[in-house]
Ligand binder design. Structure first.
Ligand code: HEC
Length: 155
């Protein structure tokens, strides 16, 4: 009569998948805590922030001459540069770059130089007397395309 078997604790093994998941969770938490504990790894929100700032700044001081080679004589890039120039620069420098009451003439002798680096700096960082900085608005690729276009105005 008492042949019937009742489930017993010892026979109720934890399914393998569950056990693996449980162990993996523990490992994850331990690794996570160690990774972000300043006393152990030296991690801090601020060093991370500073590093990404440095990367951001490094991007600004790019190899303008080398990068510009990609766009020089590239009709599509120059055409995009022309559109960007019309949208962002022409209000002050006129569509043909000859300048006006506000912006200087970009087709003649340049005060700050006309090498790729100097042009890049003028546009990315801005210049004292009224030239705004464009690095946030345009970023490096677009600035380089604008330079490729400006160079066509100067030839
Ligand atoms: C708000 C008006 C304004 C806008 C917009 C503007 N500029 Fe200028 N830019 C100036 C002024 C003013 C100067 C002269 C700055 C100085 O002499 O310090 C200048 C100077 C420059 C120079 C340096 C010229 C030299 O003689 O060395 C370059 C290159 C230049 N701008 C390119 C651009 C480009 C490209 C754009 C668009 C992305 C642009 N500018 C947008 C006003 C402007």
């Amino acid at each position: 009569m008492s042949e019937q078997e009742y489930p017993r604790e010892s026979k109720n093994k934890v399914p393998k998948g569950m056990a693996a998941f449980f162990i993996a969770s523990i490992i994850f938490v331990v690794v996570y805590v160690v990774r972000f504990t300043p006393a152990i790894t030296g991690w801090s929100y601020y060093t991370g922030f500073e590093e990404s700032m440095k990367e951001e700044q490094a991007k600004v001081s790019i190899d303008a001459a080398g990068e510009l080679e990609k766009f020089r004589g590239n009709i599509e890039a120059i055409d995009e540069g022309k559109k960007l120039f019309a949208a962002s620069c022409a209000t002050c420098h006129k569509e043909d770059g000859t300048g006006g009451s506000v912006g200087s003439d970009l087709t003649g002798d340049l005060v700050f130089g006309d090498s790729p680096e100097e042009l890049y700096e003028s546009i990315a960082e801005g210049r004292e007397e009224g030239m705004p900085s464009f690095k946030k608005q345009l970023r490096s690729t677009k600035i380089l395309k604008v330079i490729a276009f400006v160079e066509t105005l100067r030839n």
